[in-house]
Design a protein around this ligand. Sequence first.
Ligand code: MN
Length: 129
Amino acid sequence: MSEKTKPVILVVEDNEDNRQLALKVLARQGYEVVGVVDGNEALERLNDIDPDLILMDINLPDMDGYEVTRRIRQREKFADLPIVALTAHAMVGDKKKSLAAGCDAYISKPINVRTFPETIAAILKEYQS
Ligand code: MN
């Protein structure tokens, strides 16, 4: 990341309140944020933008976040893009499943607005080398 450009974060989340909260918290940290409501919109927007990180809700109305992640990973330019799964599921298998689908990390909802920015910053830093 150059110092002149803000990291771009794509938030894929169908729930309006959750999406707005994530976008607000991230924008406050100085990130450039883009919000989309489902998998198809995410895949469409990725034709035009080149985010530094994707926050991926798993429960989406069209295809689930695992499928969206798999499809994003099929594009070579996004092979190493950090994708962070976002899910309300407290199931033990969810973490495994999201990692298997190609996600790099996992955040449980509701997001903790206090620790969320640190988590995102840490992941971005890890992938910036
Ligand atoms: Mn959802």
